[in-house]
Design a protein around this ligand. Structure first.
Ligand SMILES: Cc1cc2nc3c(=O)[nH]c(=O)nc-3n(C[C@H](O)[C@H](O)[C@H](O)COP(=O)(O)OP(=O)(O)OC[C@H]3O[C@@H](n4cnc5c(N)ncnc54)[C@H](O)[C@@H]3O)c2cc1C
Length: 459
């Protein structure tokens, strides 16, 4: 591991995608930290698949994970959209165009395997503590004390909340903001995390009718099938639009019976013109149901707490951008923190300096996340025929778009994603579109940001 040059220490809550990537980045930079993960295993058998776009892969290459991802996954080459009867509306080479644009394609793999790869690539595993459920945080003038449910306390200079969409850290940050800056966090922000969709997640062995490196979306009124195939597995999401959308803090919990009930509703629906969902369901290895929340928070940090990943920007999964966004966001934040450590004259950055770094991170990522959330939401509405206009868009407008147009459109977002600025990207492929990074560690000149920083500093 790199030499720990600074006594500065970050307590990271959550060891999922964002938390493990944060540890990888911090280990490369020699910044002390601990990752607290409530699960006993680093890669539990939860969820289904997760796919990586080139910008996520670019950061993972810097962390030494790319070869393992390529060994565990075959990039997608066919993109098909189908109507409710299973017949083709669109069949194109979108992902081949993605490969041409960025020099690397779109890699799906089992979520559990992905987390294991992130963990295995860490030079020093002792930074990760599992079975560590965080309950509370105290902030004082010098740092933070993070309390676990087993009574342990972790001390640091700041907390990075990577604890997912139901983030405890976000609630603790709001509580702290209420005490130190009453009125800053409003109910409109809290309820901006909305749930309009839920998903039945199904993992099966390979199914010939679904190809072996294809991505198939089958539109229906009120639900859509989204199947990603690999030579040894299929990750299938059945995404249902809820009759009654709701918002935070309401949360739905689902059982195995709920999975059976939802599967029964769509059992006789075609996923393609060759196979019905019920036939796929019979071959499942595992299945579960989850809510699909959406929202980008207004405040990403307060005091010495900063949030990353789903805790602060939660996207609909249809464009596979949530995990990739968590990765680029963590890289951006760590660039900002690393810069402030380098600029510090004394042993550690002050609370004010940290807040400036957090504000720079928020400024660089927030608008981008809002755009990606809106894009994913529009596609979700089109895929489930939310209105006649959405149906028209899905069935008639989208198929008119050339695969090159769509690849360039999404490629504009991909190419602007931040990577870990201080690390070389040598050996990472390049394509038609050049990587155009947002400038890192940009000095905070914007008055609005200064104002936000001013009222959020309480220590
Ligand atoms: C069906 C589905 C498909 C998806 N497909 C893709 C895809 O193809 N590509 C893509 O990029 N994204 C995809 N996503 C999104 C992606 O999974 C998330 O954006 C990503 O996992 C976010 O990472 P995270 O680290 O912020 O949160 P998580 O991965 O949820 O990790 C949060 C971690 O925090 C831990 N934790 C929570 N509370 C505490 C606590 N109090 N103390 C300690 N630990 C705690 C949890 O146990 C968990 O390990 C998909 C999402 C869904 C739902």
């Amino acid at each position: 591991m790199a030499h720990l040059e600074s006594p500065f220490r970050i307590v990271i809550v959550g060891g999922g995608v964002a938390g493990l990537v944060a540890s990888g980045c911090l280990q490369k930079l020699g910044i002390d930290h601990v990752v607290l993960e409530r699960h006993v295993e680093v890669a539990p058998a939860l969820g289904a698949g997760i796919a990586m776009w080139p910008h996520g892969l670019r950061v993972l290459h810097q962390l030494g994970c790319l070869d393992a991802i390529k060994a565990a996954s075959v990039p997608i080459n066919r993109f098909q959209c189908r109507g409710a009867d299973g017949r083709l509306i669109q069949d194109n080479e979108l992902y081949t165009r993605v490969q041409e644009n960025h020099g690397i394609g779109f890699y799906p793999l089992e979520r559990r395997r992905f987390l294991q790869i992130l963990y295995d690539a860490l030079p020093d595993k002792s930074f990760i503590k599992t079975d560590a459920n965080v309950e509370a945080v105290d902030q004082n003038a010098n740092g933070v004390e993070v309390r676990l449910s087993n009574g342990d306390v972790e001390v640091g200079d700041m907390v990075l909340g990577c604890d997912g969409v139901h983030s405890v850290m976000r609630s603790l940050m709001w509580d702290y903001a209420n005490k130190t800056s009453p009125g800053l966090i409003r109910t409109s922000e809290k309820t901006s995390l909305t749930t309009t969709f839920k998903s039945l997640l199904v993992v099966t062995p390979a199914i010939p009718e679904l190809g072996h490196r294809d991505l198939i979306t089958t539109y229906n009124k009120g639900f859509t099938f989204l199947a990603t195939s690999q030579p040894n597995a299929v990750y299938l999401f059945v995404i249902f639009r809820n009759d009654q959308p709701f918002s935070w803090p309401k949360q739905e919990k689902f059982t195995d019976e709920d999975a059976e009930t939802l599967a029964e509703i769509v059992a006789d629906k075609p996923v393609t013109d060759q196979i019905l969902f019920g036939e796929i369901w019979k071959r499942r290895i595992r299945a579960s149901v989850i809510s699909l929340e959406e929202g980008v928070m207004e405040h990403w940090h307060h005091g010495r707490i900063v949030l990353a990943g789903d805790a602060v920007h939660k996207l609909h999964p249809n464009l596979a951008l949530g995990g990739n966004s968590a990765i680029e966001g963590v890289a951006c934040l760590i660039n900002c923190i690393s810069q402030v450590i380098q600029d510090t004259k004394g042993p550690k950055p002050s609370g004010t300096a940290l807040n400036m770094a957090f504000a720079t991170y928020q400024k660089q990522q927030q608008q981008r996340m809002r755009e990606l959330m809106n894009l994913s939401n529009l596609v979700a509405k089109a895929q489930t025929y939310a209105t006649p206009a959405h149906k028209l868009f899905a069935n008639w407008v989208l198929p008119l778009l050339d695969d090159r147009v769509f690849a360039d459109w999404i490629g504009a977002y991909v190419a602007k994603a931040t990577n870990l600025g201080s690390m070389p990207s040598e050996g990472f492929p390049s394509g038609r579109l050049s990587w155009s990074m947002v400038p890192e560690g940009e000095p905070v000149k914007d008055k609005k940001i200064k104002h936000e920083v001013g009222i959020s500093i309480a220590i």
